[in-house]
Design a protein around this ligand. Structure first.
Ligand code: SAM
Length: 272
């Protein structure tokens, strides 16, 4: 793993500067990187997806644990640093980790080859929510996500009904996984310092059937559409004559319902 001085020197040597647009805030606290890897419980030979290896500091830690790492980096300059530093010890995919239609990029899918994997990453803020949901909904082969995300996203994951932060992300992730906080990180853990705090979280999927969810994708589409009308009463959305699941009445608004209630409601079809 790399010190701040080493990270800066690697960027300088390649004529690079951190790009805010790509969420390039490098985590230089080795103890925190170790905690993330430990929480993920990586064992030798395990397949790990890392999105955004940057200069490869977390990647080095994962390789040292014996993980088989697929690392996807969008910035060609940083990809060159990873290739020089780690060579054949990681399978590097260059480009956007996300593909079309709420899937991973095809090159990432090819590298994972439908095998079970774990996501371990210090995520760029632009892709964090989409990636977390994509993996939970579309990739049952993903056994866990151990990620650093902006505090604001972590707060949305932990939000309770009736609050401003409670929304589609809270419900989709809460219905499909257990979320726990590994550590809270101040801006000083990163270079350059972001304006907001971050958190390391563990997202452990549970069986969709546990919540009576037949299709995670259908449930996610329903929840997204429902929260598109979060200020409307349910009776206005679905019609006053709807037969509501137990505990639900037509005068409630979507954001007043618990995760279980929304899942129960998802047996109704969303009017267009
Ligand atoms: N892993 C390094 C660390 O822990 O310090 C860097 C993490 S930095 C927060 C996010 C990384 O994600 C950057 O290297 C950035 O170039 C990369 N990135 C941003 N958007 C991406 C995308 N859509 N697909 C793949 N990588 C992306």
């Amino acid at each position: 793993m790399q010190t701040l001085t080493q990270i800066r020197a690697l960027l300088d040597a390649h004529g690079l500067k951190p790009r805010h647009r790509l969420g390039q805030n490098f985590l230089h606290d080795k103890n925190l990187l170790r905690r993330l890897i430990e929480a993920a419980g990586i064992t030798p030979g395990e397949l790990v997806l890392e999105v955004g290896p940057g200069t490869g500091t977390l990647t080095e830690g994962l390789v040292a644990c014996g993980a088989e790492v697929v690392a996807c980096e969008i910035d060609p300059g940083l990809a060159a640093i990873v290739r020089e530093g780690l060579g054949a010890r990681v399978q590097l995919v260059e480009g956007d980790c996300l593909g079309r239609g709420r899937r991973l990029a095809e090159a990432v899918e090819r590298a994972l080859a439908r095998r079970p994997f774990t996501l371990v990453a210090n995520l760029p803020y632009q892709v964090a929510s989409t990636l977390i949901v994509t993996l939970l909904v579309q990739y049952p082969a993903c056994h866990g996500q151990f990620v650093t995300i902006q505090r604001e996203v972590a707060d949305r994951l932990a939000a309770t009904p009736g609050t401003k932060t409670y929304g589609a992300l809270t419900v989709i992730v809460g219905a499909l996984a257990e979320v726990s906080v590994i550590a809270r990180l101040g801006p000083a853990c990163f270079w350059p310092r972001p304006t907001v705090g971050s958190a390391m979280v563990a997202i452990r999927p549970r069986s969709p059937a546990e919540h009576g969810i037949e299709s995670p994708a259908t449930m996610a589409t329903f929840v997204t559409a429902l929260f598109g009308r979060r200020r409307k009463q349910l009776g206005t959305i679905f019609g006053r004559d709807t037969r509501w699941p137990p505990g639900i009445t037509g005068d409630l608004r979507p954001d007043a319902l618990s995760i279980d209630q929304i899942v129960a409601l998802s047996c109704l079809s969303m009017p267009s």
